[in-house]
Write a protein that binds this ligand. Sequence first.
Ligand code: ZN
Length: 228
Amino acid sequence: MIIHFQNEDYCLIHLGMSGTIHILDKKKPLKFTNTSFYHSPFLPKKHNHAEFIFDSLKVIYNDPRRFGFFEIINNYQDLQKRFKSMGPEPFSDKFNLNYVVNYFKKKNKDIKSFLLDQRFVSGIGNIYASEILFASKINPFKKAKRLNKNECLNIIFNSKKILQQAINKGGSSIRDFKDVSGNKGTFQKEFKVYQQDGADCSRTNCKGIIKKKITSNRSTFFCVSCQK
Ligand SMILES: [Zn+2]
């Protein structure tokens, strides 16, 4: 989140893995609204790290795991610099064939780690990286430089498609994720490979089994047969 103040300062807020923002109405001290993910009916007693005090309400930032941050940035140029190292959004026109093909030249790392690398493309997480590669019929451990044009096109197309489907379903609630209204997402019911290890591949005519592999502490799920 970026807050733009009247004096031209910016405040950059990242919720990390577990940050939540609560609004407390001073006139109704017992009633408050948790405005962010992991909707909870109570303001936690611990880990309330920042308070913004307004005339009639307070905004409170809570973060048990402390991966989140607040950062003050003094002007627009510095704000732009702050985001310079981040790759394009998956839905942006900049995430196109030219960009992907050039980026992958001479890249020895596997394609899955690039999908998670925010310098390459921003905003794709671990669940969606596995789902995108399954939809693209690409093995997650294939070296990026070995991908042909068609495979790059499939990755671009399926990144947009899978993310859009997940957004339409309100996200994936595998643990405690809920939206701002407290509703769970339902995309977890559509997973083709994520947490499906041991299951038969859902692709028509594929006799493969879904396998789970853990590398650098992240789990990857893929079909051993149709993802080449
Ligand atoms: Zn398969």
